[in-house]
Structures are given as structure tokens and as C-alpha cells.
Design a protein around this ligand. Sequence first.
Ligand code: RIB
Ligand code: CA
Length: 313
Amino acid sequence: MSEPRKIIIDTDPGQDDAAAIMLALGSPELDILGITTVAGNVPLARTSCNARIILEFCSRTDVKVYAGADRPIARPLVTAEHVHGKTGLDGPELHEPQMPLEARHAVDFIIETLRREPAGTVTLCTLGPLTNIATALEKAPDIAGRVRELVMMGGGFFEGGNITPAAEFNIYVDPEAAAAVFKSGIPIVMMPLDVTHKVLTLKSRVASLREIGSRPAKALVEMLDFFERFDVEKYGSDGGPLHDPTVIAYLLKPELFSGRDCNVEIETTSPLTVGMTVVDWWQVTGRKHNARVMKDVDADGFFALLAERVGRL
Ligand code: RIB
Ligand code: CA
């Protein structure tokens, strides 16, 4: 096997964030340099707790957690307890994490890591609002040229939005941060709702996770049982969209996904559509491509990968 791929996971756990983190922990192809937390699904104190709880479920307290931004760069925080529950990780019984938070701020950790590691070797995996990344770019513009790739869960185009008719939650919470990241020149791979609404936690798919029976797998299944209830009620679907692990699955098996290079702009002013990702899928604007936008996924292949890797924890 070639050198493991160095990644930083920036996250707002969130049950689907937990699935993404577990997928990464079970994959030796990846070297997790650190986990940085951001306010999003729930406030920062909770996301920073949740990231450590997930690592303790997996007995992986060797991975360090750095707390980041507690609010978006230019607007008040909007959270999603209605989806994720008060803790953000509702489902399993949760303990108080024993492992410490690192003293360094997430933004400084991101900057220092990108400056220390050889240019083009670190991948940023963002699972929540892009506040930490935008803040790091503002503080250290030189890091933009040092990022290998930024693979993000966020946005939507033909699928519309999930927190408003036009906007997906991660972008909606901090549209100014998203606009800065999409303008940065960093090579971006975007996993929008158009992909994640195709990876529904069908009973047959969760069954393979349920059979594993380990502590991490049991906790994850209890999280997913809780997490899907909101989307099942809202969409009448069989299962909920497992958004965030698509980011990690892309690193492991990019062939599971298909999409195209597009221009993506972020609406930051209109009260009606703020947070909308305006994806030029049909290439009508002639604007510069700034993201590889994914649209389709082999959902069964994705769940098979997730179960196989969680089974290794
Ligand atoms: O819109 C879905 C995204 O918002 C996911 O990352 C979920 O965890 C929440 O952060
Ligand atoms: Ca998330």
C-alpha cells in the first residue's frame, strides 16, 4: 500500500459526522492528522464533546481534537437540534468524554499543519459549516496553495435545500465562509444533497451494520436509528440520507461517485435564497470551474464500504 493519505476532518458531530469519522478510523489508507470541531448541528462545546465521545467509542484517543469557531464569521449561529437531538449525538447512551481537548485552536492547528507538511499532501475533509477553513484562509492566505484537496459535504442543486427550500444546512449556517472557500482556488470536491439523498439508511443497509455487534457499531446503529426518524417523517423515505461519510468514501473509493467540474457561487445576501449553492451544471455562464460537483453514487457500494470498515474498529 502507498503512503496513507494525510487528512484533517473538520466536523460538527452530528450522527452522520460520527459515521464519517468511524469510516475514516477503520481505513488504514487514511492518516488522520487531527479532528477540528466547529459550531453547526449543535453548539461548539457539544460538537467538541461529541468528537471525543466518538473517538472513545472506537478506542482511538490517539487522535487529537481541536475546538474551533463557536459561531459563523458574519452572522448568528443556527443549529439543528430538531434533527440531531439536544446532544447532537442522540441515540446511544452517551458518557462524559475523558480524553482532553487540545489547547491549540482548530484554526491554528489547520494553519500550522498545512505549513509544516509538504505542500499538496494534506486533504481537508469538511463535514460542517466552513467557518474554520475560511478563518484559517483569512489568517494565513498562503495555506490555500498548500492544500491537496478539500472534500466537503455541502450544498445542493437539482435537489434544492434542506434547511430552506434553497439552502443546505452547512452552507446556510455560514454562507460567507463558504463563499470564501469557493473563491480560494483550493481544489474542491463537493458532495451535495444530490448525492447524499441517494444514500438512504435503508433497513437492509443498516442490517449489515447491526450484525457487527461491536461497541462502535452498536453506538453507530443507535445513532442512525435516531437520526433517520426526522428525514423519514419529512420525506416519507425509507431511511435518512447519510450525508457526511460520502466525503470519506470518496477518498477511499472515488469510483463510487460521478460528477463534473462546474462553477459554484454562493448566495450571501438575498433573504429568500441565502446559502444557496448556484451550481452551473449545464456550463451556461462560462464562469471558471472551481469545484468538482458530484451528482450520482453507487449507494449499495457505499454502504458495503461503510459496513466493512466499521467492522474493523
Ligand atoms: O445538510 C446536512 C449536513 O448538515 C450534514 O453535514 C449534517 O451533519 C449537518 O452538518
Ligand atoms: Ca455534519
